[in-house]
Design a protein around this ligand. Structure first.
Ligand code: 13P
Length: 252
């Protein structure tokens, strides 16, 4: 279902006590917002998922993982399965983040399997796509994003697809302080929605939440979220500062 979403991707940051304090500060701040206009998802490092799930119980906040295995179970040292996430009451999982693609060689084929495994275990994927700067400069950004989405998601049935959140994260904007302009972001979001409409029909496309990520912060979230096809953000650096994250949540 299409909703406004603000998701915090904490990446590999914070000790346990820092993470607990940040989680509590965010929850305290959210308590003071009358009726938040966005659903909030917090994606801490895997070790802290249990702490997060315990703290958000009885609040509207959801907890998401940052990655999971495509395998069901067995001899895969160091991995965490979708079934394990489900058994810990984790509701979302970021899949296909560009950092996973770049540093851990995740590819579309693997990601399609991860998406399947997540959905089979009632974990909602936050599927990331986005182009490198050189790809944009070569005018190839629409094709790149189209390929990522088609290869990892378009084998899904419409019912399955309706449980997927898409996050457009241009790689050149991640952690750089260089945000895509609201116009650049909207242009891509509109393109993605059109792509989904072409495959699954307008009704499904209209119900898909498409988030923007890449140097989205307390100052620029307002302008980005005002665009018709931008349904919220996947926030990295600014999600590590409670006040900034709360300001972003209030930016609708
Ligand atoms: P920054 O907000 O730090 O640019 O990170 C975005 C991101 O990668 C979220 O997944």
């Amino acid at each position: 279902m299409r909703k406004n979403i603000v998701a915090g991707n904490w990446k590999m940051n914070k000790t346990f006590s820092e993470a607990e304090a940040l989680m509590c500060d965010i929850l305290d701040g959210l308590d003071k917002i009358n009726e938040p206009l966005a659903d909030v998802i917090i994606c801490p490092p895997a070790l802290y998922l249990e702490m997060g799930v315990d703290l958000v119980r009885e609040t509207p906040v959801c907890i998401g993982a940052q990655n999971m295995s495509q395998f069901v179970s067995g001899a895969y040292t160091g991995e965490i399965s979708a079934g394990m996430l489900q058994s810990m009451e984790v509701q979302y999982c970021i899949l296909g983040h560009s950092e996973r693609r770049k540093y851990f060689a995740e590819n579309d084929e693997q990601l399609a399997k991860k998406v399947d495994s997540a959905l089979a275990n009632d974990i909602w994927p936050i599927f990331c796509c986005g182009e490198e700067l050189a790809e944009r400069e070569a005018g190839n950004h629409f094709n790149v994003v189209k390929g990522q989405i088609e290869n990892a998601l378009f084998h899904l049935t419409p019912e399955q697809f309706s449980n997927v959140v898409i996050a457009y994260e241009p790689i050149w904007a991640i952690g750089t302080g260089v945000t895509a302009s609201p116009e650049q972001a909207e242009e891509m979001h509109e393109f993605i929605r059109g792509l989904v409409a072409g495959k699954y029909g307008k009704a499904v496309a209209d119900e898909t939440s498409i988030l923007y990520g890449g140097s989205c912060n307390a100052k620029n979230a307002n302008e980005l979220f005002a665009k018709p096809d931008i349904d919220g953000g996947l926030i990295g650096g600014a999600s590590l500062v409670a006040d900034d994250f709360l300001t972003i949540i209030k930016s609708f």
